[in-house]
Design a protein around this ligand. Sequence first.
Ligand code: ACO
Length: 403
Amino acid sequence: VIDISKLYAQTGMFTYDPGFTSTASCASTITFIDGDEGILRYRGYPIDQLAEGGDFLETCFLLLYGELPSAKERESFERRVTRHTMVHEQMTRFFTGFRRDAHPMAVMVASVGAMAAFYPDSTDVADPNAREIASIRMIAKLPTLAAMAYKYSVGQPFVYPRNDLDYASNFLQMCFAVPCEEYKVNPVMARAMDRIFTLHADHEQNASTSTVRLAGSSGANPFACIAAGVACLWGPAHGGANEAALKMLEEIGTPDRIPEFVEKAKDKNDPFRLMGFGHRVYKNYDPRAKIMQQTAHEVLDELGIKDDPLLDVAVELEKVALQDEYFVERKLYPNIDFYSGITLRAMGFPTSMFTVLFSVARTVGWIAQWKEMLEDPAQRIGRPRQLYNGAVERSFVPAKDRG
Ligand code: ACO
């Protein structure tokens, strides 16, 4: 046991910052957030412009290499990614070892980590070429693994990637095509999927990204680092919030019950909170939520769902909350999770897949941050300190004398 006065003497001054809410753990050029103004930019480009005018693969290139690709760069990047979409055939046998009812996120944590065993030639973090191949492999193969996790959970055969399709369309066909029926990807669904991937691609030093950086700081291989990120994302306070928002909307059920739930959320003796409202960083409208709301409407319109009671509840709840003094004073606005659950459910995904889809999208952000960390000359192994407030030094008592 170290005497705390000795620890101070050894370390000098340090900050005590639970949850690291006021500590910058790194310098980064990737993502900029201004929570008070509701701004999110990847490499300087506003998120709404990327989601509206670009696509996910372009965003991947931007996050990884710092610039939007030229037409030639785009073509070559797309070719490299599509060449790596297949997973090793032995991985399919690895999948079939899981219980059918295994949560798909458990399968993701295991299968992403297991890639280090299947692709040992890209695990040398000191080699820039190996780092590059590992990055492309993960961006290419995570959708394949995610679709396999889904197919296995519903008892259907795995569907192989189709490299003539774009990234989002290929993912949808791997999830929803069945061998005995013709399946044509609906372009509106593909666009929605692509936007969801773009909106979730990076969000600076959140819990899972910090986890990836910390794991990577020890020199751990890239597949292990991304598996650590997937594991962290699984937590309900991080990747699981859209599922919670959807459950809440289902519980509210009809717009006439909104006032009852709003009052519940304001009651300090009641632990209930309006899920999908508020954000640790955004004290203004989450810029991703606006695009997500528009996407939800597009998907429901395309599917001919004119009166989705959940969307009605969501739109009305947003209206009521934004006029309520309690929410206005505390700057509680809808976040991205408020509308993404409705959209994904309409697209046919079960709630257990929501966080899996988030992990597919966030993989590129994790990789970009991991590469940036390794290339930073200031990089050292992550080693937070602690404020020890346990017992002071005491003498060991043999078991026979402890009573
Ligand atoms: N409903 C009701 N009241 C709320 C809500 C909410 N959703 N969120 C915050 N508040 C209140 C708090 O009770 C507190 O009130 P007080 O000042 O009277 O005590 C005040 O607003 C500030 O709340 P904090 O918890 O301090 O805010 P913080 O920034 O730490 O929390 C968080 C952010 C955790 C996201 C919170 O708003 C919340 O729990 N929201 C619901 C869950 C959710 O939607 N999470 C998804 C986040 S987005 C993402 O992870 C991608």
